[in-house]
Design a protein around this ligand. Structure first.
Ligand code: SF4
Length: 503
């Protein structure tokens, strides 16, 4: 059996997930998040190579870009014999087990393993499993391992005007004790890997609490009725699993058992089971709409979260706004107008976006956002960064009304929303057949994560691709605020009804 470091961690995390990766790789999501995680991991890994001075990289390839593992093992042996201080991708192989150590550092009469992660939490169990496997393989290869460390990002680091300080950006956690302790489990995981990965039959595996966050959740629950207990609005994880294990899976089963008491969750089940129409509470919606006034603005930001900060005064993974869309109506019955801003990729966008906001939104305008905490926090951060614009930005922030409120409070519901009140669920429920209001018809960018992943890439693109990417970003963000306008129009219609409906 051949097993790599990531293969080992895969089996350790979930044997079924590892089996799917080997026998059904086609079901692994190939979304931009996965690619972005990979890209960020490489960038962070490359940067960390300079932590201990000069280093040698032992990677080798053949037939184009296929890694030549045998050559890498050979190169590592040569560098170790030479006594090279830091070896990057130091490679070892023992009876089919392979691992490449991110940084192998000479330490007295032995060698220390440094595993680099782009995460901020360096003590996750899966990281301990990862370094334990590396220690195990190296020791089987006869290497004297004297230290095991995990290099991760320190999110308290703030980029100063003097530039990036990698010694302050990275935090080094000593995992020696944890790795020694966990290493006892390595043979058992290897036996499990052999049993699971050598057999083409899908392993039986009970769902557990961690499954809800797994990218293979849809595959592993493909035989369950839809919708089911996992789709209920904000049901606690523990309760979800309890009901699931009691066989209360479909909405009909949950309804018969009478275990769901929460009003929003009950409404979600009722509307599905009884195929009810739109539920509204017109009076509450009217009260909500009376808090809005003209000129009326609909605002939405897109942000990026660079792991390695490049904007002075920001920390790793800070939310940096680079784009907004703004629909607005100046007076009752007035024309719907639009303004937008999109920064140049590769630059610090904050001053320009702050100036554009002050130009586009009057201080006393009524501004709506969908889930306003996000927009308000960005506005406050910009105000803190640019004191000369703080008065205007904080005035905008103070005027923001949350369009999510009527949905979150349960004053408006349609079964098509399922258990989510995000704009991506609300829009298709209220405007199901307009192709211009369909996120799926957009090109390239369909959600905030795709926008976040695409924007930093634009700076490296050819001119034509760059233009197309910018158009896609603009179209996506524009649809977000147009969706908000449609939501507001629908609420106005609902407010005119005489009484509650569809309960
Ligand atoms: S959903 Fe659960 S069982 Fe399926 S692969 Fe993920 S963690 Fe494993």
């Amino acid at each position: 059996m051949y097993l790599s470091k990531s293969g080992y961690v895969g089996v350790w995390s979930c044997p079924k997930g590892a089996w799917i990766g080997r026998y059904h790789p086609e079901v692994l999501p190939q979304d931009s998040n996965r690619q972005a995680r990979f890209r960020v991991g490489s960038e962070v890994g490359d940067l960390a190579r300079g932590l201990f001075g000069p280093y040698v990289i032992v990677t080798a390839s053949r037939d184009g870009d296929k890694p030549d593992l045998g050559q890498m093992v050979e190169n590592t042996r040569t560098e170790m014999e030479k006594g090279t201080g830091v070896i990057c991708e130091a490679s070892f192989s023992w009876e089919g087990l392979f691992c490449a150590v991110d940084l192998l550092r000479k330490e007295g009469d032995g060698w220390a393993i440094y595993e680099v992660k782009s995460a901020s939490d360096g003590y996750q169990d899966k990281y301990i499993a990862d370094v334990s496997y590396q220690k195990y393989v190296l020791e089987k290869c006869g290497v004297r391992v004297t230290g095991v460390y995990l290099v991760c990002i320190d999110t308290s680091y703030i980029l100063g005007p003097e530039g990036l300080d990698i010694h302050a950006l990275f935090r080094i956690n000593d995992l020696w004790e944890q790795a020694c302790w966990e290493q006892e489990n390595v043979p058992a995981v290897l036996r499990m890997a052999e049993r699971i990965l050598e057999c083409a039959d899908e392993p039986e595996m009970e769902l557990s609490e961690i499954c809800r966050d797994c990218e293979l959740f849809s595959f592993c629950t493909r035989d369950l009725p839809r919708p089911n207990v996992f789709d209920l609005y904000r049901l606690q994880r523990k309760k979800m699993m309890d009901y699931y294990h009691q066989g209360l899976i479909s909405f009909a089963e949950l309804d018969r058992a009478g275990v769901i008491k929460n009003a929003t969750q009950k409404r979600q089940m009722d509307h599905f089971l009884k195929d009810l129409g739109t539920y509204t509470e017109p009076e509450k919606i009217r009260d909500f709409l009376s808090t809005l006034s003209y000129p009326l603005y609909f605002l939405d930001f897109e942000t990026m979260q660079p792991a390695i900060p490049f904007c002075v005064g920001t920390h790793p993974y800070a939310q940096i706004p680079f784009q907004y869309s703004l629909h607005y109506i100046e007076r009752e019955g007035g024309e719907l107008k639009h303004a937008e801003f999109l920064a140049e990729s590769g630059t610090d966008p904050r001053r320009e976006i702050a100036e554009a906001l002050c130009r586009d939104i009057p201080r006393d305008a009524c501004v709506t956002a969908f889930n306003k905490a996000f927009e308000c926090t960005r506005l406050k951060e910009l105000a803190g960064t640019f004191p000369e614009m703080a008065g205007h930005l904080l005035a905008i922030e103070g005027n923001v009304v949350d369009l999510l409120t009527p949905f979150q409070k349960g004053w408006y519901y349609k079964k098509e929303m399922g258990g989510s009140f995000s704009i991506k669920s609300v829009l298709p429920a209220i405007c199901p057949s307009d192709p211009d209001l369909n996120y799926h018809s957009l090109e390239g960018v369909h959600n905030g994560n795709e926008a976040m992943n695409l924007f930093p890439e634009i700076q490296y693109m050819e001119a034509a691709d760059r233009e197309r990417a910018r158009e896609n970003l603009l179209a996506y963000c524009r649809l977000d605020t147009l969706a908000m306008v449609k939501v507001w129009e629908e609420l106005r219609r609902a407010a005119k009804a005489d009484h509650s409906t569809g309960k």
